[in-house]
Design a protein around this ligand. Structure first.
Ligand SMILES: [Zn+2]
Length: 118
């Protein structure tokens, strides 16, 4: 894999990392207890009636699942950046073969090749 290609992937990954962190920090905060994890903030709609409380719970549930999804993606992005640093980027974690360029272009944080991801 050529250096320029990896440089481009690195740029894409860093952009994604920034955007994920930005989105996460709008409704979650970095958790002190979980190692490097995030936790969704409980929304406070400032009304206090039962209906609003129900909305808060619903919104919180949404935030929790969104937070989980985005934090997982962020982990993958960080892992890919780490791999670039260690010069083992683009190698399938399961079979050790190279992940195709096409796949890395659409999904730079891919951990597995197409075959192993099935
Ligand atoms: Zn594989």
């Amino acid at each position: 894999m050529n250096a320029n290609f990896i440089k481009e992937r690195k740029k894409a990954l860093e952009k994604q990392k920034r955007s994920l962190e930005e989105q996460l920090s709008s409704f979650a905060r970095k958790s002190k207890s979980l190692n490097g994890g995030w936790e969704a903030l409980y929304p406070d709609f400032k009304g206090g009636c039962i209906e609003e409380e129900a909305d808060e719970v619903e919104e919180y549930d949404k935030r929790v699942s969104l937070e989980k999804m985005m934090a997982e993606e962020l982990d993958k992005v960080n892992l890919a950046l780490k791999k670039i640093k260690e010069a083992r980027y683009g190698i399938c974690e399961k079979c050790g073969k190279l992940i195709s360029k096409e796949r890395l272009i659409v999904y730079p944080q891919a951990r597995y090749c197409k075959e192993c991801n099935k």
